[in-house]
Design a protein around this ligand. Structure first.
Ligand SMILES: Nc1ncnc2c1ncn2[C@@H]1O[C@H](COP(=O)(O)OP(=O)(O)OP(=O)(O)O)[C@@H](O)[C@H]1O
Length: 255
């Protein structure tokens, strides 16, 4: 049995293999993640951050390397099979929720993920009080919209819902791909604070992509910087506490 919840070893991903557009995106990455690690992931546009999350969630298979979750080899497991363990929130508020279903129905589906479709929406009324409490954590009105189709929500309300759906079942791994980037500054900050609260309280293991240096240092216990498909910084503990935004910028140079 391993100490690490997630292990990525010798990960290489190549696109357009065999033609003159061939490009290695992730170049032999090795990352061992401890249970409860809250990693902020930084890097220039095109550095490979989303590709790394895709390799973890199974929407992209690496050309080389292995991925293990609690010692279980996930490398060839499909995205839908991995969804039992891994939840993700994307940048686009339109992704992650079923637009014609109500807020409460979406929450119940997420809560009962893995159960047969026909059983999933049973006994919705029994969950309404807990859904009300869950959604009342932010002052954005979501808790008054439990019976509203999610297609009618604002971007901030939808991202809050997507985040609550991703965390309602205590996933082994939570992946956040710039999940507050499309929101106005106040709404983004509120959702980030809620993100931090839930991850910390529930001791979730999380990788959060952000372009905000301040947030990358303020939240989480570990920071990884990718540059052109390589890890150029992987830091936690005291050394990370001493890191400044100016220090971080040095890792953004072209290589
Ligand atoms: N399927 C693909 N085919 C061709 N190129 C791809 C493919 N997927 C990703 N890339 C390229 O790989 C590189 C890394 O992309 P990725 O989206 O992982 O970067 P990122 O660090 O998340 O960037 P951003 O900060 O802009 O979101 C980019 O140059 C991108 O164009």
């Amino acid at each position: 049995m391993t100490d690490h919840i997630l292990e990525l070893h010798d990960i290489i991903t190549t696109v357009n293999a065999g033609n003159n557009e061939e490009k290695q995106i992730l170049k032999n990455l090795n990352i061992d993640i401890d249970s409860g690690d809250f990693i902020t992931l930084l890097g220039t546009n095109g550095a490979g951050k989303s590709t790394l999350l895709n390799v973890i969630n199974g929407s992209l298979f690496p050309n080389q390397g292995t991925i293990k979750l609690n010692g279980l080899d996930l490398t060839t497991l499909t995205e839908s099979k991995r969804a039992k363990y891994i939840a993700q929130v994307f940048q686009d508020p339109k992704l992650g929720t079923a637009p014609r279903m109500t807020v409460a129905e979406n929450l119940l589906l997420a809560f009962k993920r893995g159960q047969k479709r026909t059983l999933r929406l049973r006994n919705l009324h029994k969950h309404m009080l807990s859904f009300k409490q869950l959604t009342a954590q932010l002052p954005n009105g979501l808790s008054n919209l439990l019976n509203t189709p999610t297609g009618n929500l604002s971007g901030g309300q939808r991202q809050t819902l997507s985040f609550l759906m991703a965390t309602i079942n205590h996933p082994e791994i939570l992946l956040l791909d710039e999940h507050t980037a499309a929101l106005d500054p106040n709404t983004a900050q509120q959702l980030l604070e809620l993100t931090n609260k839930i991850i910390t309280q529930e001791k979730l293991t999380c990788i959060m992509i952000t372009h905000q240096l301040k947030d990358a240092l303020k939240f989480g216990n570990r920071t990884i910087i990718l540059n052109a498909g390589n890890i150029v910084l992987d830091i936690k503990g005291d050394a990370r506490h001493q890191l400044t935004e100016t220090d971080i910028l040095k890792y953004f140079t072209d290589i």
